[in-house]
Design a protein around this ligand. Structure first.
Ligand SMILES: Nc1ncnc2c1ncn2[C@@H]1O[C@H](COP(=O)(O)OP(=O)(O)OP(=O)(O)O)[C@@H](O)[C@H]1O
Ligand SMILES: [Mg+2]
Length: 417
């Protein structure tokens, strides 16, 4: 229901108040009376008024003083005022803050038509102001909604860009995979022949020079075979063998396989595990392969720039649906211009013969086939962190962090990443 506007009438004489109300009886408004300046001030602090009709000549505080005080208060500053006085005077111009609100003047004896006309104009102004405020509120609310929608749109756009990048990456991987597997198979056969023949010759050779040359042939053939195996591993569309397993155990198994290398290279591997992680449905050999690649990359990066290093492997459950595994090293980090390229097949910063640049693309493919995400974060010179997110199928949710330090220790086997 629409609230009626209120008009304040201030006069020390009761009969004048009654006469004014009668004159304005046709208006759809509520009247509030005040019989002194003090009364008027008190009532304007409590209620909202569309207009005040103020008698100038009052005992004590006169109309001008009353309005001057009103103009000093934030709440009452903007109430439009009509002075009513027997003598026309310019005195009201002295009122401080006169420019802040509408002020008009009516002389006594009052002409009812003039009073009604002026009051109507002020009421219209009041109604106009009220509807502007109303519209303002609506505009502010729509603006907020628009802002929210824009933010959501921004997020959707980001997601879209990410999915597009992932799509491009997987299409690239698929195309390269096909090419690579064709070439690798072709190269594999002659390599086997070279390796077999070198082996035979080695058995019969007697002089030192021949033995040395044959040993070089054997070593280099082995290196070429390793590269081909890597290429085939990258290209293979391997049938997944999924099981419900503990991700912390898969990490521990991968670390065991690297512990010899980490010990030799003086790398400390620290677990920051969340206990009670839910078992997740993965191909544990494939995921172990991913972890091995990441650990080996980290070890290689750290030993490149210093004599020792620390790798923290963290497991967490950031949401009901996901587990996160991160590998944080304190090596040289990844320069900003490379951070988006490290998952590209054949991208490597290692010297020729030291890396094929396939390790991370294999990781990427495996994590994608698990409907997960893998991404790198790095601030240069502060090390690199590789994060993996994998979906949970079997869900238990208790997040407590255990920190265990695994010193470089003797191990069983070593695997190249
Ligand atoms: N932890 C890390 N710190 C710094 N740079 C890294 C790290 N991990 C990977 N990189 C960068 O990413 C590149 C690509 O890594 P990726 O594992 O794909 O290939 P590679 O290690 O060079 O070769 P490969 O794994 O085939 O032996 C690396 O050459 C290196 O520049
Ligand atoms: Mg690697």
């Amino acid at each position: 229901m629409k609230v009626k506007p209120k008009i304040l009438i201030v006069d020390d004489k009761g009969e004048n108040l009654v006469a004014l109300e009668k004159t304005l009886a046709d208006l759809n408004v509520d009247f509030v009376r005040a019989t002194s300046g003090n009364d008027a001030l008190a009532v304007t602090l409590e209620q909202e008024f569309a207009l005040a009709l103020v008698d100038v000549q009052m005992p004590g505080m006169d109309g001008f003083e009353t309005v001057e005080l009103m103009r000093q208060d934030k709440k009452t500053r903007h109430i439009p005022i009509i002075f009513i006085s027997a003598i026309y005077t310019e005195e009201y111009h002295k009122i401080k803050g006169i420019e802040t609100g509408a002020i008009d003047f009516i002389t006594k004896p009052i002409n009812p038509k003039i009073v009604l006309g002026k009051v109507r104009i002020f009421l219209e102004l009041h109604e106009y102001k009220r509807s502007l405020e109303e519209q303002n509120k609506i505009i502010t609310a729509s603006h907020k909604e628009l802002q929210i929608a824009l933010d959501e749109l921004g997020l959707m756009h980001e997601e879209l860009v990410k999915s597009q990048e992932q799509l491009v990456q997987s299409q690239k991987l698929a195309a390269i995979g096909q090419l690579v597997s064709g070439i690798a198979h072709e190269i594999n056969n002659p390599l086997m022949a070279i390796s077999g023949n070198a082996q035979l010759l080695l058995e019969d050779a007697e002089d030192e020079d021949t033995l040395e040359s044959l040993e070089v042939i054997r070593c280099e053939t082995q290196r070429a075979t390793d590269i081909v195996q890597n290429l085939l591993a990258f290209a293979r569309s391997h049938k997944s063998d999924r099981d419900l397993v503990s991700i912390n155990e898969v990490v521990e198994n991968a670390v065991k396989l690297c512990s010899n290398k980490s010990k030799i290279d003086n790398i400390q591997i620290v677990y920051d595990f969340t206990s009670d992680m839910p078992n997740i449905n993965i191909d544990s050999l494939q995921i172990q392969q991913v972890f091995l690649n990441l650990i080996n990359n980290a070890i290689q990066a750290m030993t490149k720039t210093k004599d020792s290093g620390k790798l923290i492997i963290r497991t967490q459950q950031p949401s009901e649906e996901t587990v996160q595994i991160s590998f944080e090293d304190d090596g040289p980090g990844i320069p900003a211009e490379n951070i988006d390229r490290v998952f590209e097949p054949f991208f490597t910063t290692k010297d020729i013969g030291e890396g094929t640049g396939l390790g991370l693309s294999i990781c990427y493919g495996i994590i994608q086939s698990h409907n997960g995400k893998i991404y790198a974060e790095s601030t240069e010179s502060n090390g690199a962190t590789f994060n993996i997110e994998l979906p949970i199928i079997d869900d238990t949710s208790n997040n407590q962090s255990d920190i265990a330090v695994l010193e470089p220790a003797g191990a069983t086997q070593d695997t190249q990443g």
